[in-house]
Design a protein around this ligand. Sequence first.
Ligand code: NAD
Length: 279
Amino acid sequence: GPARFRVGLVGRGIQASRTPGMHEREGARLGLSYEYRLIDFDALGLADDDLADAVMLIEAAGFAGINVTHPFKQAIIAELDALAPEAAGIGAVNTVVFSEQGRVGHNTDCWGFAESFREGLPGAPIGTVIQFGAGGGGAAVAHALLLSGVGRLLLCDPDRERTEALAQRLAQRFGPVVAAVSDVRLALRQADGIVNATPMGMAKYPGMAVPPEALEARHWVADIVYFPEETALLAHARSLGCRVVPGTGMAIYQAVKAFELFTGQAPDRASMHEHFRAA
Ligand code: NAD
């Protein structure tokens, strides 16, 4: 019979996730026996402290690996044997592979953003970039930007402690190229491009983190919010003539890389885009 894979997503409030659909449709398209389960701590009535037991049971059940999402991207690290370099640098894991070397943690959000950015904004100037939001997603995005060759990264987040912690972590790996922003308007004048890694733009968080009147046509704008795909920020930027890239690419490409880590087979990107729209 075909190669069999069982994988899953561990998190809370994940019932509407499009990730299972993307994986299962691509598994089926490739002729694999591929099952993607939701392990939703909310639906299962589990406590955060149950994570260690859950991982043990999942591994014992023969899963090839798991995706990990909110609120476990950091807590999962204590349950792992090894981290891929980008996951260690970011300090967060969204993909775990159960292998002969043990439980290995990866961060495919980082690759997902880098790939979406490379594809969506080819040739964009990357001397100075301003990033709004220094949370979990923001850490992966900041790493991706610096790995992509961004010269100077300006971080803007009202949570100063979080921002400084991320800037220090990045400085350890990339040198003194990251700064926390105090004057947002000045930073926007210096920036070639703008990244939104805050939840602003989702239905629950209407509006935008970027002061709209400070946007200029020469700015490119990348959003990592993907529901809705066209955020208020992207719509405004587009109306000014800015080059933009929505968050859907990152959401799809994190799954592309995770699928490859789970199965050893590279999914077809165009098909993954279709699965995302259908899921
Ligand atoms: P988080 O809560 O860990 O971090 C969000 C950060 O944004 C916080 O530090 C908060 O202080 C900051 N923030 C809020 N409002 C701000 C503002 N006006 N200006 C500057 N900073 C502000 O959340 P997260 O997990 O990083 O997710 C953020 C968003 O990114 C969510 O909408 C999530 O859905 C999205 N996301 C998308 C992908 C993808 O694959 N496209 C991946 C990860 C996260």
